[in-house]
Design a protein. Sequence first.
Length: 367
Amino acid sequence: MADGAHGMQVGTPELKTVGAITFGPDDVLFVADTTRAAIVAIDVADPGDDAAGGALEVDDLGTRLAALLGCADDDVVVRDLAVHPRTGNVYLSVMRGLGEEATPLIVRVDRTSGEMSEVDLTDVAFSEVTIPSAPALDDERTDVQQGKAPGAERFEFSGTELWLSRPPIRTATVTDMAYVDGELIVAGMSNEEFSSTLRRIPFPFAGEVADTQLEIFHVSHGKWETAAPIRTFIPYEGGASILASYTCTPLVHFSLADITPGARATGRTVAELGFGNQPLDMVSFTQDGDEYLLVAHSRHPLMKISCRDVDAQGALTEPKEPVGVSFEELDLPGVTRLATLDDEHVIALQRDDAGVRHLRSLKTASL
């Protein structure tokens, strides 16, 4: 990509952390840096040819990443994954090490060979945008995250085992993002009264960061909520809306027509996917001509949901019952990250019973 394309200039981006990632036009990879409350667009100059399709399998991903990065397996935290839309190469946002000394990295997994390489971020074309409404670095509030992450503590609640960690709320400035029709759609937290926020950011980064505060009815909690952030979402209805999932675990539809600067938008809650649980990632796929969602969770099995049922479901505004659209639980344990690999496969980061991480291709016709 030429210097100046998409408003980029050549240099070395300053990354303190890496979290959510997603692809935009050409070779542009968007990378969220919550420490700096910034999103960096990077030209990754992917060297691959057009993807030929087919499955990608990488056994013992953690050990291989540790060998590549020169550290122990336990010091490798994979924060997100994204698939290059042209080449099918898989990109991982990775933190090497723990705590304040951790190093942010982007790793490329070759679609054909499975070989891994660190993406060199020296003298690349990049641009960035800061998020003015991000929670301050000294904000004393904390996020609550579920799962056996570094620093998590074990709790029991009504006979259920929960692993919880409480990082600073600043870390939830960006929880997920997607590129839709020239805009980056960004979910996360803000410093506003309604702290759950959805942002629309034009790309190239030349316009306003437009915040919309969100409100949803949380079925299992039996109340309207504005503080909990979207954890994961997908563009829906050809980019006219999104489907989003929250902790403990509402599934909610938002029209992007309602996501306007300074507005407050109320989502349509269509399902309650289970108490004591955090959604980790979601994708959509087509099977026999119908569209489905695939949702990965911290505690519950991988779930398959019919989009036809989502479209027909009215807003849930009563506590506990009904739970809304039905879902099918799939016998694919340990899935933590998902992305569309091609028309026939979803790529999954999966941890087996021994705790070993793998990249697995799930054939959509068999889900």
